[in-house]
Every structure is written in C-alpha cells, then in structure tokens.
Write a protein that binds this ligand. Structure first.
Ligand code: KG4
Ligand code: ZN
Length: 336
C-alpha cells in the first residue's frame, strides 16, 4: 500500500511485486485551489485529513483486499508541503502500527523516478530527468535509491514556470496542461524568449527559469493592450514559452548525455506529461527515453508503493518516529 499527500492530490494504491498495479486512487483537490490560482497549504492539509480514510479504503476495495492483507504500508515523507505530507505519513504509520505491518517512508522525487518502472524494469545506470511543480533535477541514477544530482534549477522549477505564466495570463490552473494544449495550436516562433546564460563551470547542467518567466510575463502589457493592432494570441505565447522552457531543459540534459555517455533517459514528475518535451526527446534516435504513462506522471500512490517494494525486499524499514520534511532529501551532488 502506497499513500501520497505531499501536495494537492490525495492518493493511495496497492501494487504487487513493485510492478503490478492492483488499484490506483487519486483524489485531486484542484477545484479547491483553482479559484486561488495556486495551492493553498492549509486547505490542502485539511482536505487530506477529510479524504485520507476514504481514499485508502477505496484503494483496498478496488484491489479486493482487506486492510491486513497488504504486506507493508508506505507513505511519502519528503519533499512537499509540510502540513500535507504529515497526513499520509501519520496515517500510514498508524495503519502499519495497528496491524503490525512494516512501514516504509519514501522520497517523493525518487518515487517519481520509479514510476516508469511500474511498466517495465529498467537497467541501471541511466540519466534521470525529474521535472515537477517544485523540483527540476538532472541526475545519474545507479539504483532506485541512489542518484547523483548533476544539475538542478538555480531559481524556479520548470513546472512552477508553467504555473506562473499560466496564472498571469489566466490560462487556467495548474498551468502545465493548459499551456501544453494551447501551444499545440500556436506558433512557437511568434516570440523569441531569452535562454539563460548559464552552463559554465559548476552550472554546466543547471537550469534557470526566473528570467524566462519574467520575460513572458512582461509580454502581458502588449497582450492586454486593446490599442494594439495585432495583439498576441494566447496560443502563440504558450507555444513560444513552452518551446523555450523545454529547450532550457534539453540543453542541460544533452550536455549530461555527452559528458556521461549514458544514452538512456528516464523522466518523471508532472512535467514529464508535456507533449512537446516528449516529441523533442523522441527526435533523438540515438537515445532511449522512458516516460511514465500519463496517469503516473502526476502525484499518485502507485509510484510510492512501487519503490517501497524495492526497500521492502532489501529488508529496509522506517522507524515509526520518522518525520516529514518540506525540503528535498540531501542527494549526492557532483559538479562537472
Ligand atoms: O509531480 P507533480 O504532479 O507535483 C509535484 O510534485 O510538484 O507536478 C505538477 C506540475 C505542475 O507544475 C503542472 O503544471 C505540471 O506538473 N504539469 C505539466 C503538464 N502536466 C502537469 N507541465 C507541462 N506540461 C504538462 N502537460
Ligand atoms: Zn510530484
């Protein structure tokens, strides 16, 4: 049983042998946060508290199991919104304690990276591309729990840039899927947005999104100006922004490919659903790219249960005083 409540999805799933998904319940709070154009942490944790029992019960009944018929219980411990994380973590610990089952606390980013392995087992090492609303990580992956961060964002996460641009233009919340859909009908050459001037020295594989975000938001005056004879179209803004956002990511990723010689890329996190990112990577015939299925890109319990199985068979257990933390785990970092 994997339980996840790190942000605004309340999710639980039963997975067999780290691979076969027996149930996957994801209750999204998006409508509650959409009116605020962003996640309101207090609403998120209160709603998780109300929903968690029902979500876990549904995951069990969909799998046709009684609570004591699972072999272990896992929950996300970090990173995320603290008040949200604590709900699944404490619920999971209580569930495990009451039935004397092993408990396993998992890292949300490692769980995202595991999602493609719910389809097929993958051979290590490979390059990981972790792209979510809160994190952007390019890493070397040597095992399910052994990553070395090569590059990360020096400011905003890529998903955050999608969400902020969408918020300012009023495209919808959360922004990624709206921009992806709009961009499909737009001209990505209608604007030339700047690429960051990073990529030197220790920043060789890093990315930056605050400059792009500001440049796109600065177009708003023109966008909203009714005097403008030919005002920019939403589709074009979305397409040009998305093209640049993906280009920033791929520049760093392809540098890591060249330097490490690793030709397999495994993507995870909400932004891994992006159709333009997928098509750009598909163009690289020399690389093998694995993406999670769309329903496992965003937050879900299956990735939590899946990775937990790996810990379980290795004999790892988490103590019941394990606590949540908002920040990403201190992964190993390697500078070029
Ligand atoms: O992994 P996730 O569900 O939650 C976090 O761990 O943050 O990722 C959510 C992020 C949001 O920023 C959302 O806008 C983005 O994933 N996203 C997308 C797409 N679908 C979701 N970004 C770009 N294109 C998409 N199709
Ligand atoms: Zn996530």
């Amino acid at each position: 049983m994997g339980i996840e409540s790190s942000c605004d999805e309340c999710a639980a799933s039963v997975v067999e042998d780290g691979q076969r998904i027996l149930s996957n319940v994801v209750a999204t709070q998006i409508p509650f946060h959409a009116v605020f154009q962003g996640v309101v942490p207090e609403i998120a944790s209160r709603t998780h508290t109300q929903w968690i029992v029902g979500v876990v019960k549904n995951a069990l009944s969909d799998a046709g199991l009684r609570p004591d018929e699972v072999d272990a219980v896992a929950a996300t411990a970090h990173p995320g919104l603290l008040g949200s994380l604590l709900v699944a973590l404490n619920f999971g610990k209580s569930y495990a304690w009451s039935l004397n089952l092993p408990f396993i606390a998992v890292d949300h980013m490692l769980a995202h990276l595991y999602a493609p392995q719910l389809q097929e087992p993958l051979a290590y090492p490979f390059l990981g591309l972790l792209v979510s609303g809160g994190h952007t990580i390019i890493c070397r992956v040597d095992n399910f729990d052994d990553i070395t961060v090569l590059g990360t964002t020096i400011d905003d996460a890529v998903g955050e840039a999608f969400d902020k641009v969408s918020k300012y233009y009023g495209f919808g919340y959360p922004g990624g899927a709206y921009i992806d859909r709009l961009a499909a009908k737009g001209n990505s050459d209608a604007f030339r947005f700047p690429l960051p001037n990073l990529y030197k020295g220790e920043h060789r594989y890093d990315v930056s999104y605050s400059g792009l975000k500001t440049a796109v938001i600065n177009q708003l005056d023109q966008f909203r100006n009714p005097q403008e004879r030919d005002p920019p179209k939403s589709e074009d803004v979305a397409a040009a922004f998305q093209k640049t956002a993906v280009e920033i990511l791929l520049r760093s990723l392809f540098r890591a490919v060249e330097d490490t010689g690793l030709k397999t890329i495994v993507a995870g996190g909400g932004v891994a659903a992006n159709s333009y990112l997928r098509s750009r990577l598909a163009e690289r015939r020399d690389l093998v790219c694995h993406f999670p299925p769309l329903e496992l890109c965003g937050d879900n319990g299956a990735m939590v249960a899946g990775i937990a199985y790996r810990y379980l068979i290795r004999g790892d257990r988490s103590p019941l005083d394990v606590t949540a933390s908002a920040r990403v785990k201190a992964f190993k970092r390697r500078y070029p």
